[in-house]
Design a protein around this ligand. Structure first.
Ligand code: NDP
Length: 451
């Protein structure tokens, strides 16, 4: 596939989930590939997102598990110490290991890794921060996104999820702005580590897009655990006090003083200063690269995958986009990503997960809808004396009985939902769920016993 007109067949900007997959598979298909990464190979998911977050979630669960353990006969010393530096450093060491593994995978597939920032200078040309200029037949933009920080006086005193993994100590009092994925996940994590957490959101809704009853259940449980919420709250200013504390002034509520303010108010595509205008690439109003179903931008030789396109900001989606790009372009297997029925989860405490249409979406789209649910206290919670109840919902097409959505909150909901999502994707009916014998005793058995 060597083409002497250009330095490379493919030049990928960004070695995150989408870029790494595209680079590796394209090279395996025979393309001469380079990937430029200005920070660390692995990208948001591996370095400062899904992976370290999930490890913190595991760490946070021990707080409740150790408390519950007594009811199961274990003698747990009181007080039971938690060392944040130990967990933090172990998590960061695991991130280093994965960074090495991703780097190794790329190099073993013959991908040239360039540790520099790359900017587009035309449809087939780039300049690198190390001074080099290179050319490529095709360019793939896979630069991801970064946390959005509202333009509020004193915003420089706050942190984002990027910094949360590196904190010196667990803050005693923490205000998290936003009520989406990151806000709810980090609220759960730091609450379990002993912080007093306040979530502040500009509207009254948490986790927009998830099923209303499931979101309500998380809100109830979070409040029961001691998390505080400030709804319909808009920032006025953040003031750093003489003792280092931060006072957050907001419209509609009394000011609150905390030790740490974290912004979790969405993410912005990393297209600023990337030179995309030199190739005539169209962006949307949020700065995301506009692409067609083949991930091709408005410049025919430039493609984009992952969060920078702001389609679905999830790692497995970016990976599929990278794979589809590589197989279509260099593997002789034209294919496109199917965005229907993508399962997703929020690793809150407890976690929630969903696939397909929510009840309200189904009512709007289908008209006739049947909803089955199970509201139960998991066996483990009963013995532990824990009041938290799980809620599973199945949304079916009223005409055909086809399951169009499953939504759940409770222990291990993401683990259970992944399997259930296969059935929803396959278009199975409620009767086919019911025909499956329950696996007893489990929480997942509720899925075949729903009324
Ligand atoms: P989300 O879009 O999930 O949530 C953003 C929150 O911030 C919402 O509550 C929103 O309010 C609020 N908000 C948005 N803009 C402003 C603003 N200008 N001022 C004040 N509040 C604002 O974003 P996250 O940052 O939590 O996460 C980013 C993305 O990363 C997610 O969309 C998700 O795709 C991905 N992610 C996935 C995870 C997973 O799969 N488990 C985990 C973490 C992230 P409102 O709803 O009222 O607009």
């Amino acid at each position: 596939m060597t083409d002497t007109t250009y330095d490379y067949n493919l030049f990928v900007i960004g070695a995150g989930s989408g870029g790494t997959r595209a680079a590796r598979v394209s090279a395996a298909h025979g393309a001469k590939v380079a990937v430029a990464e200005e920070y660390r190979v692995g990208g948001t998911c591996v370095i400062r997102g899904c992976v370290p977050k999930k490890l913190l979630v595991y760490g946070a669960h021990f707080a409740e598990d150790l408390r519950d353990a007594k009811k199961f006969g274990w003698n747990v010393p009181e007080p039971c110490d938690f060392s944040w530096p130990t967990l933090r450093d172990n998590v960061l060491a695991e991130v280093d290991r994965l960074n090495g593994a991703y780097t190794q995978t790329l190099t073993s597939h013959g991908v040239e890794i360039i540790n520099a920032r790359a900017e587009v200078t035309g449809p087939h040309s780039l300049k690198l921060s190390d001074g080099r200029e290179v050319t490529a037949e095709t360019i793939l933009i896979a630069v991801g996104a970064h946390p959005a920080v509202p333009d509020v006086p004193g915003k420089e005193h706050g942190i984002t999820s990027n910094e949360a993994f590196h904190l010196d100590t667990v803050p005693k009092r923490m205000l998290i702005a936003g009520a989406g994925y990151i806000a709810n996940e980090f609220a759960g994590i730091f609450h379990q580590f002993g912080a007093h957490v306040i979530l502040m959101n500009r509207t009254q809704e948490i986790l927009r897009g998830y099923d209303l009853q499931i979101r309500d259940r998380l809100l109830q449980i979070s409040m029961m655990k001691g998390l505080e919420f400030r709804f319909d709250a808009q920032f006025e200013k953040i003031v750093k006090e003489a003792d280092g504390c931060l006072t957050v002034h907001m419209h509609g509520h009394e000011p609150v003083t905390v030790d740490c303010v974290m912004f979790a108010t969405g993410r912005v595509p990393n297209t600023h200063g990337l030179g995309l205008d030199t190739a005539g690439i169209e962006l949307d109003e949020k700065g995301a690269v506009q692409v067609d179903e083949d991930s091709r931008s408005s410049c025919p030789s430039i493609y984009a995958v992952g969060d920078v396109t702001n389609r679905v900001q999830l790692t497995p989606v970016a990976i599929r986009e990278g794979q589809a790009f590589a197989d279509s372009k260099y593997g002789g297997k034209p294919c496109r990503v199917d965005y229907d029925c993508i399962p997703s989860a929020v690793f809150s405490h407890p976690p929630l997960a969903g696939v397909g249409l929510t009840e309200s979406q189904a009512r709007e789209k289908l008209g006739s809808v049947k909803v089955y649910s199970s509201d139960f206290r998991p066996m483990k919670n009963v013995l532990a004396g824990r009041q938290e109840r799980a809620l599973y919902k199945m949304v079916c097409d009223g005409e055909t009985d086809r399951v169009v959505g499953i939504h759940m909150i409770g222990p291990d909901a993401p683990e259970i939902l992944q399997s259930a999502a296969i059935a929803v994707k396959a278009g199975l009916t409620k009767a086919q769920f019911d025909a499956t014998v329950a696996l007893h005793p489990s929480m997942a058995e509720e899925l075949v016993l729903l009324r």
